[in-house]
Write a protein that binds this ligand. Structure first.
Ligand SMILES: Nc1ncnc2c1ncn2[C@@H]1O[C@H](COP(=O)(O)OP(=O)(O)OP(=O)(O)O)[C@@H](O)[C@H]1O
Ligand code: SF4
Ligand SMILES: [Mg+2]
Length: 354
């Protein structure tokens, strides 16, 4: 596979088969990540962000199964590969930074073994070159004295260092696509900034990045496009800046209202009332209707497909997205963003009334 392949996910559907029922956790999710572009995935806890990415990586728990769709990397459908073929893709063509750092690291092996074996296993280079690359990558992720630290075990590292080591694992092979699941939540602001700079360098070299994040400041700073997930579905898809400035879907507005600052002063956060649905009893029609302050009768009756949208959206942003240590200088004007990529929303009311 070339080092500049786009990842195209189409109608991805993932289910968990439980004893007495089947839960559809990811439902017809589609998006594309081009080389050198970054996609943010946002949504409340439990909306299916991690499961969607694990489906693409084919790393689901035993009870999980991909029930439909495609995930094409440079034209190859990953969902159709054998496990053996997929093992070659994983780590070499797509790297993943997991929500839980320890998941990616083997506690019984030194960083040197893990990083070099990874390169050797994929046949990327010989042992001497693998060692050189491993040290270089540890240095790149901000691990001090990488020649020394490379001989340590994961448990000897602090949380922040472990997070960096995991990112090193994901990027040592220079994959076409890097999936980062909340890569900056467990680290302080300084480390966060370093990691974002690092990801920005990868992006500049042509790596496509998917970033799952609750941090809209990170998304705004780093990502080009975003999808917003609710109850396993994409409810809004847009270039990031217009999305943050003028969300179209009532759920997106609610999500952002609960995580924004206005100017320098912290506004009282307004959590969305209610809680996400139990997927075993998904509300009919628009799954958000029991919580939506704009809901009308038809919302509970009609499924809401993603439709093109060119309205005005909510005027939600008189201030800035929560400060998280990155520049917020270049304020956007958002509808004029030259990345006028299509905006899509799954809400008839937004489509009809803007
Ligand atoms: N092994 C499993 N068996 C059954 N259901 C699962 C399993 N793993 C996840 N789920 C369910 O799938 C849904 C999506 O989970 P997922 O971990 O993708 O959420 P998320 O959007 O990543 O949330 P968070 O922001 O908390 O990480 C949730 O309802 C979760 O309960
Ligand atoms: S379809 Fe109805 S319930 Fe769903 S977001 Fe739109 S207005 Fe709200
Ligand atoms: Mg998750």
């Amino acid at each position: 596979m070339s080092s500049a392949s786009s990842l195209e996910v189409e109608d991805l559907r993932t289910e968990f088969v439980l004893r007495d029922r089947v839960l559809r956790v990811v439902d017809d999710v589609s998006f594309t990540v081009e080389p050198g572009q970054a996609l943010a995935i946002v949504g409340e806890s439990g909306s299916g962000k991690s499961v969607a990415m694990r489906s693409v990586m084919r790393l689901l728990p035993k009870t999980g199964r991909v029930a439909g769709g495609q995930a094409r990397l440079g034209g190859t459908d990953l969902l159709g590969l054998s496990e053996r073929q997929m093992r070659k893709v994983r780590g070499r063509d797509i790297g993943m930074v997991f929500q839980n750092a320890m998941e990616a690291l083997n506690p019984t092996l030194t960083l040197e073994r893990q990083l070099t074996e990874h390169l050797l296993w994929h046949g990327i280079c010989d042992r001497a070159e693998a060692k050189r690359r491993a040290v270089e990558t540890l240095g790149d992720v901000g691990i001090p004295e990488p020649e020394k630290r490379i001989r340590t075990y994961p448990f000897q590292l602090s949380g922040g260092m472990r997070q960096r080591a995991m990112i090193a694992m994901a990027m040592v092979t220079q994959p076409s696509v890097l999936i980062a699941d909340e890569p900056t939540t467990a680290v302080d602001v300084t480390v966060q900034r370093q990691l974002l700079d690092l990801l920005a360098r990868l992006k500049a070299r042509g790596t496509g990045v998917i970033m799952i994040t609750h941090d809209l400041g990170v998304a705004r700073y780093f990502c080009d496009d975003a999808i917003v997930m609710y109850a396993g579905r994409v409810v809004e898809h847009s270039p990031i800046r217009p999305l943050l400035a003028h969300p179209a879907h009532p759920y997106t507005s609610g999500l952002f209202s609960s995580t924004l600052e206005v100017g320098a002063r912290q506004r009282a956060l307004r959590p969305i009332p209610g809680s996400p649905p139990d997927l075993a009893h998904r509300p009919p029609g628009c799954a958000f209707h029991p919580r939506c302050d704009r809901a009308e009768e038809r919302c509970g009756q009609e499924d809401q497909p993603l439709l093109p949208w060119s309205g005005n959206g909510s005027d939600l942003v008189p201030g800035t997205v929560a400060e998280t240590g990155r520049p917020t200088d270049e304020r956007t004007d958002d509808r004029a963003d030259e990345r006028t990529g299509r905006r899509e929303v799954a809400c008839w009311k937004a489509v009809q009334h803007g």
